[in-house]
Design a protein around this ligand. Structure first.
Ligand code: F6R
Length: 596
């Protein structure tokens, strides 16, 4: 959701920024731009399209200080003019977030004679800076940020200042130092190889980085301090390592993600932390598991498993709905926020809303220093490693494991947790077998030529059906839906014809018989069908009825989505490749949705 970067004191600012932007590109790839301080002025280069489009234009840029941006368009279509940095007068600005009161500010500034060159909300920031600048940079920045409503992480250049300014409010920004140079970026991997020490800026802070030193203040101008620590090894940016795309590389990393998540749960004493908070709260009356997109799908699967283990109401809700709903959650509620990035605006705000209602908040996240960790009473780590592909794969499996372990701990049966930890020792091998043995090419070809692909399942297989459908839609653009198998005949079956494909997921023998009936109904109407099932779970008749049949190793119900999702992820990946799409950077999307 837009990546921003700043640097000062480096050998060549443009080259440093370009390298950082390559690592930030997963946050948005509608346009990119760089501005550098050179010969007492600001030189700006910006282009519609990917970061690589900047390369020919930055070859000649000098300067040791600069800022950079990679954009996910919110206000104004992708174009050269709407690309950041926005430069006017003495300033240049890059912005991640949304300025909610931009329309009134724009009118005020235009009435005062400012000329706007873009349709973005961000351009008001550079004009405000010029408006308030009377030679005192700090005053200009303070006056500007006090006028802004919404969410903003900013990097600012001023032609009279030898460094850059970074501002953080509701969107992430990390500052770093190394080799005498100073940096800021939207995430840590972009600082790898540049900074040695890093600090995560807090909401309402401003950093002034120049001449080898960073000083901080808050929005009232009072001095603030931040503690720097060594840049963690886990923040190393990912590389393709011989794989053609990050999506398939990250699917191959699922076994490692499961292993690392399970071992972090133990080594970070998560069961003990959960027991303590449960005791302190006198137990819980109900549980809400919340997330967006793929994280919502792992929340939904966990809710099925959690209610069975805890025997109290456990429900899953999308964060965007929860945050604005008049919820009955209260002091007895356990609220579990699930987010790979830990920065998704809806999820962070839903967690804050739950906290205001008195609920106990747990965060399940893949990013240890993310915003959600600051809201939570307890953090349960997902250790999937840096995920670059916009479509979540290994982080979903990590979330399934972290959530299942959380519920097994909360149910206070030591045998439940013990047997889950034991099973997790072999789950990685089951996933590896699924990754290497699944033959998905024919199903992917069928998907690629289908007018619609419907994923169906019951029980734990229903959230997996939703996830399979989301994955296929987002990377291949083939339309379709995920459905509870029993619901299909209540309307959606009207869409079934010879041009459609239905993928049935079956990981439970008893429910499998019911799902098999749905497949029969589809085939009887000329629809094509594929079955993805646990070994020995699908009724024999289905093997003959379905055109495609894929088996994966079986495991217990709570962990089943981590295995049954794999063929669906592979189908989505191969369909995208067959159709010539870029699975890592699907159109219109960005990883880490930090705006509403
Ligand atoms: C889909 C996908 C998105 C994210 C969603 C939430 O493949 O990646 O649906 O799951 O935007 O993101 P996080 O988990 O970072 O909160």
């Amino acid at each position: 959701m837009c990546g921003i970067i700043g640097c000062t004191g480096v050998k060549c600012a443009a080259k440093t920024l370009y390298r950082g932007l390559e690592d930030l590109e997963y946050r948005g790839y509608d346009s990119a731009g760089i501005a550098v301080l050179d010969c007492g002025g600001i030189i700006t280069v910006k282009r519609k399209g990917r970061v690589a489009a900047l390369l020919p234009a930055i070859e000649e840029l000098g300067g040791t200080t600069g800022i950079g941006h990679t954009r996910w368009a919110t206000h104004g279509r992708p174009s050269d003019a709407n690309a950041h940095p926005h430069t006017a007068g003495a300033f240049s600005v890059v912005h991640n977030g949304i300025i909610e009161n931009y329309a009134e500010l724009k009118k005020e500034l235009a009435d005062e004679g400012c000329t706007f060159f873009s349709q973005t909300d961000s351009e008001v920031v550079v004009h405000l800076l010029n408006k308030y600048y009377r030679g005192d940079l700090k005053e200009a920045v303070l006056s500007t940020v006090r006028r802004l409503r919404g969410a903003f992480a900013l990097c600012i250049l001023c032609k009279d200042y030898s460094g850059f300014v970074a501002v953080k409010y509701c969107n992430p920004i990390i500052v770093g130092t190394g080799g005498g140079a100073l940096f800021a970026a939207s995430d840590m991997p972009a600082l790898c190889g540049l900074a040695e020490n890093v600090a995560v800026m807090q909401d309402g802070q401003i950093a002034f980085a120049a001449e080898g030193k960073i000083t901080f203040c808050d929005f009232s101008g009072e001095a603030a301090s931040l503690t720097f620590s060594t840049l963690p090894v886990s923040a190393r940016p990912a590389r393709l390592c011989g794989f053609p795309h990050y999506m398939i590389k990250e699917i191959n990393e699922i076994p490692a993600a499961i292993k690392a998540t399970a071992s972090a749960f133990t080594s970070e004493n998560c069961a003990e932390k959960l027991a303590r908070i449960q005791k302190k709260r006198g137990g819980f009356t109900d549980v809400v598991v919340c997330g967006c997109g793929t994280a919502f799908h792992s929340a939904l699967a966990a809710a099925y498993c959690g209610e069975e283990l805890l025997k109290i109401p456990v429900r899953a809700e999308t964060a965007g709905e929860f945050r604005y709903r008049k919820s009955s959650a209260g002091a007895g509620t356990l609220f579990i926020a699930v987010s790979q990035s830990g920065e998704t605006a809806d999820t962070v705000e839903a967690a804050r809303a739950a906290k205001r209602l008195g609920a106990c908040v747990i965060a399940v996240t893949n990013v240890a220093y993310s915003a959600i960790t600051g809201v939570a009473d307890v953090v349960i780590p997902v250790r999937a490693g840096v995920e670059i592909c916009v479509a979540a794969t290994k982080s979903y499996c990590g979330q399934i494991v972290a959530l299942a372990l959380t519920f097994a701990s909360l149910c206070q049966s030591s045998s439940a947790l013990k047997s889950m930890l034991k099973e997790l020792k072999t789950l990685g091998a089951a996933c590896s077998a699924a990754i290497t043995d699944c033959r998905v090419e024919d199903v992917a070809r069928a998907c690629a030529s289908s007018s619609g692909v419907y994923f169906i399942g019951r029980g734990m297989d229903y959230p997996v059906a939703l996830e399979g459908s989301l994955k296929l839609k987002e990377v291949s653009y083939v339309p379709g839906e995920g459905y509870p198998a029993g619901e299909l005949k209540h309307g959606t079956i009207a869409l079934i014809d010879g041009g459609t494909l239905t993928v049935a997921i079956i990981t439970d023998k008893t429910l499998g018989e019911k799902t098999a009936s749905a497949v029969e109904q589809i085939c009887s109407r000329g629809g094509r069908a594929a079955v993805v099932c646990f070994k020995g779970c699908a009724p024999l008749s289905l093997k003959e009825r379905a055109e495609f049949f894929i088996e994966v190793p079986a495991c217990s119900a709570c962990l089943s989505p981590a295995v049954s999702v794999i063929p669906l992820q592979l189908i989505a990946y191969r369909t995208a490749v067959i159709l010539g799409r870029d699975p890592d950077k699907p159109r219109n999307l960005a990883k880490s949705v930090t705006v509403e």
